[in-house]
Design a protein around this ligand. Structure first.
Ligand SMILES: [Zn+2]
Ligand SMILES: [Zn+2]
Ligand SMILES: [Zn+2]
Ligand SMILES: [Zn+2]
Length: 263
């Protein structure tokens, strides 16, 4: 064991080892004893340079093949027949069971940094009924994946996201963004909680910000429960960046329909 630890302590060996294991396995190796921890995890920059070499662990593809988590069929499209009965429509993706995890062709998840491949990153593969690549705009004009914060909380979030992205304003694209299944699940959990606990059908009579939500208006409260000024720009619950003001969303939607945001 002592000699194994000595081999692991050599950086070129560690670099080579990292390119054969997943990020989680590398992390687990670091936790096996004090000396491995010191070589792998004690310096954030060392760990970052090692984990960039890690392979994808194939879990994302396995989740798709087993309809686990967000790929659960109950959450997929419901099809209505001519008698208005409905049933879950399982996506038939012919190539799904022949797909392979591209272990060595992985890139880091935008949120947690774990390396994932094209087949394992999270998004629904079956063709969408309508093109809705952006988190906040949709054909039904329902308010989705949006939060509004009070001035103090908004400033705190802005300070956190500044410099983290190329674009200051949200440019999340459902099909293009590189995110692992676990992070997508956490995003959905946060989004649901905010929607259920911090938004209501309009009843505050202008005391807090409201946005048209399909045929109704919806009131938005901050995560700290404070009211929100009407001129506050909504934020994306995924990336936490600001969106354009909501009176420009129709123009964004028209640009999407014109194919400018969907390749
Ligand atoms: Zn993979
Ligand atoms: Zn992730
Ligand atoms: Zn607040
Ligand atoms: Zn976003």
């Amino acid at each position: 064991m002592a000699s194994l630890n000595r081999i692991i302590s050599l950086f070129p060996t560690l670099q080579s080892l990292a390119s054969f294991v997943s990020t989680i396995d590398l992390f687990s190796l670091a936790l096996t004893n004090k000396s491995n921890y010191a070589y792998i995890l004690s310096s954030q920059s060392t760990f970052n340079s090692l984990r960039r070499r890690c392979i994808c662990d194939g879990r994302g593809l396995l989740d798709r093949q087993t309809f686990a988590g967000l790929y659960n069929c109950n959450q997929l499209d419901v099809v209505y027949n001519s008698w208005s009965n409905s049933w879950s429509n399982e996506p038939i993706e012919v190539r799904l069971y022949n797909a392979n995890c591209d272990a060595a062709g992985a890139l880091p998840c935008r949120k947690c940094g774990i390396n994932i491949c094209e087949e394992c990153r999270h998004y629904q593969r079956e063709p969408p009924d309508s093109i809705e690549p952006r988190p906040h705009i949709n054909a039904a004009q329902e308010v989705r994946n949006v939060m509004c914060l009070c001035n103090a909380c908004d400033a705190r979030v802005e300070a956190k996201v500044r410099g983290q992205f190329l674009n200051e304003t949200c440019d999340c694209n459902v099909y293009k963004r590189w995110i692992c299944h676990k992070c997508a699940k956490e995003e959905q959990k946060f989004t649901r909680k905010y929607y259920n606990e911090f938004t209501t059908l309009e009843q505050a009579e202008g005391l807090t910000k409201y946005i048209r939500d399909s045929a109704i208006f919806r009131d938005f409260f901050c995560l700290c429960t404070a009211t929100v000024p009407q001129n506050t720009r909504p934020r994306c619950t995924w990336c936490k960046r600001r969106h354009l003001p909501e009176n420009q969303w129709r123009l964004e939607w028209e640009e999407i329909l014109a194919g400018e945001d969907f390749e």
